[in-house]
Design a protein around this ligand. Sequence first.
Ligand SMILES: [Zn+2]
Length: 153
Amino acid sequence: MKMTKNCKHCRQLFEARRTNHVYCTASCKTKASYKRNDYKYVSGHYQKQKIKDETILKDESLEAVVENKSNNKTSINPSSISNAAIGAATSNAALYAAKKLFAPDTLSATKGDIKRLTEKLLGRYHLIKNLPKNSNSEFPYFDIEKQEVVYFK
Ligand SMILES: [Zn+2]
């Protein structure tokens, strides 16, 4: 029994010689089969879609790695440095500055020295630039808490 159907694959009208024919040609049947099994038509030959995706994924991740490597070599991205690292570096620098400032020979500092330096860093003491050092070669600072000029090195 002859009947006209739309090909299940290409949607073109074709004359089916049997009732169970759903594709216009063997080619469409094959293509439909590939499609069902996740094959993708690529320039004349079929390729398993899954394999292609994996290849693309692999290439992209490889590129990302290469890109990251080159970025690391050429520059340090400030946003990639964690706040913890900055905090540690800052406190280390402050501690070293405290030691260097208050006891440059021994590189040791008392708790009072560090407290005073911390207060300087935090803004309690402000160096007064238009006043000379005192007789002990100490710098003048304005003490915001006591609202008076104090001297220390
Ligand atoms: Zn067809």
